[in-house]
Design a protein around this ligand. Sequence first.
Ligand code: HEM
Length: 278
Amino acid sequence: MIKPYDPSEEGAQMSFDGRMSYGDYLQIDTILNTQKPLSTAHDEMLFIIQHQTSELWMKLAVHELHAARAAMQENRLEPAFKMLARVARIFEQLNNAWDVLRTMTPSEYTQFRETLGQSSGFQSYQYRQIEYILGNRNQSMLKPHAHREDIHAMLKKELDVPSLYDVALQLVHANGVDIPKAILDRDVSKTHVADEGVEAAWATIYKDPDKYWVLYQLAEKLVDFEDYFRRWRFNHVTTVERIIGFKRGTGGTGGVSYLRRMLDVELFPELWHVRTQL
Ligand code: HEM
């Protein structure tokens, strides 16, 4: 008779009495005890886990973006590039996740949609934080968080410091390609508006990659990231249309009409505009 394989014979740890295990380190019990469907509908579990896992990935995106911005401020560009590449991959991961949610039909979603009340991803403070870090700083989006002093303060704090794009433009200037003074001195709590001088600076860089290699790389890392971010928005609105059609959102907006409007948001506008003149 063949003896069943026992990994402990080659050293696998099997006893965790008083020792930290996988579940202890990762606090798996805590994570797995936070899925609390409010209905008996089978698909509500998918809906909850899809949102929760997205929020976990967003947490990592915030962590990486903060560190990338700090590295850029210290002129440590190689580590910043690595972190920006990772954030793009996080969004790729989030983009692939829509395929799972798309398996839920309108008939299945309507079985529990009412139980959500007025809650909606519109109130995701980490999503808003990511937008604020990047530079999309619509202050109206603070309002849904007024009832949570801690979150409201955290989001306001993001608006007090330069966005990732502001820091990128400072770097461009510091590395010998002029950025208009009005842009360098702008009120960072507001969204940056596309500027011809900034576009001209990116054009200088794109027209001579060898001379401005690091800035050229920075530009492409930012475009790459925004590309993935745009795909997330597109996947979201398409999934939403597939599941709720043109119904209003639980968060109170027009639904698909609102999300389509968000497709026009440009995080790093001049980096897209400059392409026309190359
Ligand atoms: C059945 C699936 C989903 C539907 C029907 C849906 C629907 C909507 C709608 C209609 C909005 C617009 C605001 C409103 O009026 O509610 C919205 C916003 C949003 N949703 Fe979803 N959503 C779904 C899944 C998700 C998932 C899985 C996430 C991941 C976290 C998510 C994140 C967001 C975010 C961040 C916003 C705000 C977007 C912005 O302001 O630009 N949604 N959603």
